[in-house]
Design a protein around this ligand. Structure first.
Ligand code: FE2
Ligand code: FE2
Ligand code: FE2
Length: 182
């Protein structure tokens, strides 16, 4: 694998892994504040980030040994209002900077598997941000967010609110590949 794409993939694995862990901690905080749906949302999206990290990890299976991952990670957790803002900031970085750039580099270097893994993640980060924004609005006025079932594709991490589709719009996986957080 070409070195720049490879390093970007290592970094993306680091970013997704840390997002997974942060959201689990943010879920615990939301639970303490009795925001049941925000708790569920953080756990669902933490799972999507776990899927993203796993997809990236598989693309790197040719590596052997230790490598340094440089990834943006939000520090300084607070109450749920603050944590939602940190989550939105992290998703925004991925949407506006990280993934568009990583996708272009992978395209330029004709690294098809890497490009696909970046594109799969990129597709759901936009929905993550939307869902966190909706939650922030509710929590900002002191309420839990109104939220239907959250579905996460086990293949690509695609995330949506409502019923699982017959086919994942991103990776074409069948309905049975969706895990519901209800
Ligand atoms: Fe992600
Ligand atoms: Fe995300
Ligand atoms: Fe999918």
């Amino acid at each position: 694998m070409r070195k720049m794409t490879e390093q970007n993939m290592i970094n993306a694995f680091g970013g997704e892994s840390q997002a997974h862990m942060r959201y689990l901690h943010f879920a615990n905080q939301a639970e303490e504040e009795n925001f049941t749906n925000v708790t569920r949302l953080f756990r669902a999206i933490a799972h999507a980030e776990y899927v993203h990290a796993g997809d990236h990890y598989k693309v790197l299976k040719h590596l052997n040994g230790g490598f340094v991952a440089n990834s943006m990670a939000a520090f300084g957790p607070g109450d749920t209002l603050k944590n939602l803002q940190l989550a939105i900031d992290g998703e925004t970085f991925e949407i506006e900077e990280m993934y568009p750039v990583y996708i272009e580099v992978a395209k330029f270097q004709e690294e098809k598997n890497a490009q696909r893994s970046f594109e799969w993640s990129y597709a759901s980060e936009k929905l993550h941000r939307q869902l966190f924004e909706k939650a922030l609005e509710a929590v900002n006025s002191g309420n839990d967010v109104e939220l239907g079932d959250i579905q996460v594709c086990e293949v690509c991490g695609y995330t949506l609110e409502g019923e699982a589709p017959d086919r994942c719009p991103v990776c074409n996986a069948v309905k049975e590949k969706f895990t519901a957080f209800r």
